[in-house]
Design a protein around this ligand. Sequence first.
Ligand SMILES: Cc1cc2nc3c(=O)[nH]c(=O)nc-3n(C[C@H](O)[C@H](O)[C@H](O)COP(=O)(O)O)c2cc1C
Length: 128
Amino acid sequence: MVKIEGKYKEVMDRTEWVAIATCGENGPHVVATWGDYVRALDTKDNEVIVVPAGHYNITEENLKKNNRVELLIASRQIEGTYGPGQGCCISGIGELQTSGKFARMAKEKFPWARGALVVTVKEINNQL
Ligand SMILES: Cc1cc2nc3c(=O)[nH]c(=O)nc-3n(C[C@H](O)[C@H](O)[C@H](O)COP(=O)(O)O)c2cc1C
């Protein structure tokens, strides 16, 4: 298991939004969430990312057929290799959960959520 810590955590703490890509039958599918939302659902173990799911219907269907997911986060406020700005690509396994502790957490903080998109982190790489 890979943890979101050190420089990766700094980027996660500052990213304004998060891109979330899954594989569909007709190609890639990209959605998003706000960085604030992910930080509000911080599990503290830094291995699981929990996102409040209001919609994510196509994402859910894609994950049932292929559970691989990639997230992209970035902030200009974090120093990268070449100057200000760092971004990280997070690869993991995703599931849309409508019950269980993560779904409860999401519904408590975000009454509009029908559940949680739960990503178990497998790999992280800096992009800059
Ligand atoms: C910056 C940003 C943040 C978003 N945050 C959420 C979110 O937290 N939860 C959510 O369900 N959809 C969010 N959306 C909408 C999704 O990107 C997506 O369009 C919608 O959930 C439909 O998903 P689907 O195409 O997988 O059915 C956000 C979109 C943007 C651009």
